[in-house]
Design a protein around this ligand. Sequence first.
Ligand code: OXD
Ligand code: MN
Length: 612
Amino acid sequence: MVDVESALDEAGLKNEQVRDYVRRWAEHTGAERVEVVGAADDARLIQECLDAGELLPAGDGLYYSRSYHKDTARSEERTIVATSKPSDAGVYNNWRPSSEMKPKLEGLMRGASAGKTMYVIPYLMAPPGSPLEPYAAGVELTDCRTVVLHMIRMARVGVEYVDNLTDPDSFVRAVHVTGDLENLGQGTPDDQRYFVTVADERTILHFGSSYGGNALLGKIAHGLRQAAYDGWTSRKFLAEQFMLLGITDKVTGRRYHICGGFPSASGKTNLAMTLAPDALGDRFHVEFYGDDIAWLWVNPDDGRLYGMNPENGVFGVAKDTNEKTNPTALDSIAPGTQALFTNVAYNEKTNEVWWEGKTPAPPTDLDGWRDWRGELIAERETGVDAPWAHPNSRFTTTLANVPNVAANFEDPAGVPIDGIIFGGRTRDREPLVRAITDLAEGVYDGLTLGAEATFAADGLDGQLRYDPMSMRPFMSYPEGAYAAHWLKIVGEATDQPIFAHVNWFQRAEDGHFLWPGYRENLRALVWLMQLRNGEVSGRQTPVGIIPTADELDLAGLDLPAEDLERILSLDIPRWRQEIANRQEHLEAFTDLPEEIWVAHRRVAAALDAADD
Ligand code: OXD
Ligand code: MN
């Protein structure tokens, strides 16, 4: 029998509820040892991982690991939200009764950590002292040491985060058991993996992976699914897959904060970490708060919507991260940062890492290079051009390593939100930016967010795969209630943020991008803040307010006049088509608030009345 008591005593972990939970699961999973970890254990655990070959050195204070080749991404189809109430079922949350899922997971986890160490990771998904701290504490149990290293970077980790809870029972129980990765039937009808959030019991049970959101339970399972459910049932806050940034106008001294959601591969991390374009750098300073999650609530003292990033780190997609797309990300994973790389390509002789898009072409000297699966590149058969890095390969680093992280990124008060943006990736129709001043219309815009499908063969080209608020994989309760909760929370703000939809990806007929993107995107955000301040007025259209050409600050940018005109105009016939698709998309949701339908009908009628 493993000596749980000594491990807990040694770590000074006093919370009796936590101790009971650890005891129960240590026995259930059959772990051989129990170890309570905190951030101070990082260096020792890194050394243990290096000694065991779980990590390889990747330069000074940088580390590399590969995951099992069938375990490289979140598995949406295996991810379930379970509760005791059938009325919690939505379109996207893959709801199942907890009475079915809990025994299933308990069965899979029984004895499944035999011979392993069970690490106890007490964590907090909030800056300490946040008004949302009561929803932020958790204890992850994992049998995977590299998961601990990721959690130490992505969350605040230590016994102090669970020992002083006002309600000692108010922590999320997050159990991760890796399972026998080589025998789980991944992707077959006999798939053994289950990633379950038992939301009404604040319990997360993930079995069958050691990768990313499947295994780092603070991030997505707690920070998004559980938190969204808690925010709804407590009626206090929203938890969204949003980036959060700050803009300081050095001339006026005003500070603005903007958060927003983007479906994957729409440049969310790049925008979150952006710098001002050179020509605007004297006037504006951009600060980073978070690239993936924001919790939002109203502060009754000033009636404003506030936001904070509950994470402590960045789990960023490596692909295409380079000096042009995201120089601050590169700085945040420079030597000495203790960053971790997963599933990129690795040179076993020089310890370098590489991924597609890091440099325009891969290294020419193939000596020592292995791809993400560990195969020697030099031994590939000619003609094999599979990527060197997995497309979902990642870097993991702390927020504090990001050079332009805001000085107050840990302020428990959070920051007041001035703007909420939604950004799709659409080759036509969506202008550079359209601002929305009406709350219901803003929420409606978020609900109809999507990324373009590209399967022309199915006749779907140009049609969106809707991804409401970029929360489709993380929705934990019904979409109609979700929309109502948005209207309630933001509606409580007496000084409401402005909404906007942005699109950096419009193309001309010859395929070239009409807007240069990256750092230049700040120009659209500056205009949005000026609009909110009443300094510009834009042009009202059926789908929001669009800047006039002379309102956008284009200093230092050489943009062809016809391209500018295109990104500031609307293709009305294309918009009318889109409205029909939206109607069908929204009809799938039960109990969608009438305000959302009113907004939809108003936009549709305005488009019908507009000149082509
Ligand atoms: C995600 C992530 O899967 O942020 O969205 O890791
Ligand atoms: Mn994400």
